[in-house]
Design a protein around this ligand. Structure first.
Ligand code: CA
Length: 226
């Protein structure tokens, strides 16, 4: 959960973390963070100190009554750092803005490892297990049972995005957005149908009766919740 009121910062962090295979949710205020905490159920909280309304310190204090998930503070100024470190509010680490994305990712990995140990890889999204389908996000490798499945870059990215959020329906336009970096500009929504069909041929035991990627009529596709 990214608690940050500057949209550009929040979005930048989100893009970086999603590239690493993490699922993220952005909330713009402390009040929203507290309200949505139970629904989002985050494994880790990135918390900006200066927020409109209640500040990050207060958010952290209140969250600590509900969760032991690691809290990483994002601070803008040295005097805030002193406060983060000095106050007994239950923060686990902090980063001073502006920070590098690489540094952020490495701190997050360390916190998750510390908090969840061996489970960190599977619990927090380094590997997605969906039935017999295993998607290794770090090695960009997919296996079904003992069988290694070879996917193109586009196919892999479509699959990992959908599999990260079972049940979420993606329109063809949204899926196109996810992979447009590698697609020719003239690529259109029909391209997505072709990619999905190729992915199904590779991952589905019976592509005619897809179990993993479902077609949602008139809308798009969703990874199966079952
Ligand atoms: Ca702020």
């Amino acid at each position: 959960m990214i608690v940050e009121d500057e949209p550009a910062v929040a979005r930048g962090v989100q893009v970086a973390l999603e590239q690493e295979g993490y699922s993220t949710a952005i909330v713009g205020t402390g009040e929203e963070a507290l309200k949505q905490f139970a629904d989002i159920a985050p494994d880790l909280i990135l918390l900006d100190v200066r927020l409109p309304g209640i500040d990050g310190f207060e958010v952290c204090r209140q969250l600590r009554r509900e969760t032991r998930a690691p809290v990483l503070f994002l601070t803008a100024r040295a005097d805030e750092v002193d406060k983060v470190v000095g106050l007994e509010i239950g923060a686990d680490d902090y980063l001073v803005k502006p920070f590098s994305v690489r540094e952020l990712v490495s701190r997050i990995k360390a916190l998750l490892r510390r908090a969840y140990g061996e489970l960190a890889d599977t619990q927090t999204g380094r590997t997605l297990r969906r039935g017999e389908l295993v998607i290794d996000l770090e090695r960009r490798r997919v296996t079904r049972g003992t069988e290694r499945i070879s996917l193109t870059t586009t196919e892999f990215d479509l699959l990992r995005h959908m599999a990260a959020k079972p049940g979420r329906v993606y329109t063809r336009t949204q899926l196109l957005e996810l992979v447009r970096d590698y697609e020719a500009l003239e690529a259109d929504e029909r391209t997505i149908n072709v990619h999905i069909s190729h992915i199904r041929d590779k991952i589905e035991p019976d592509p005619a009766q897809p179990r993993f990627i479902k077609t949602v009529r008139g809308v798009g596709y969703a990874f199966s919740e079952d």
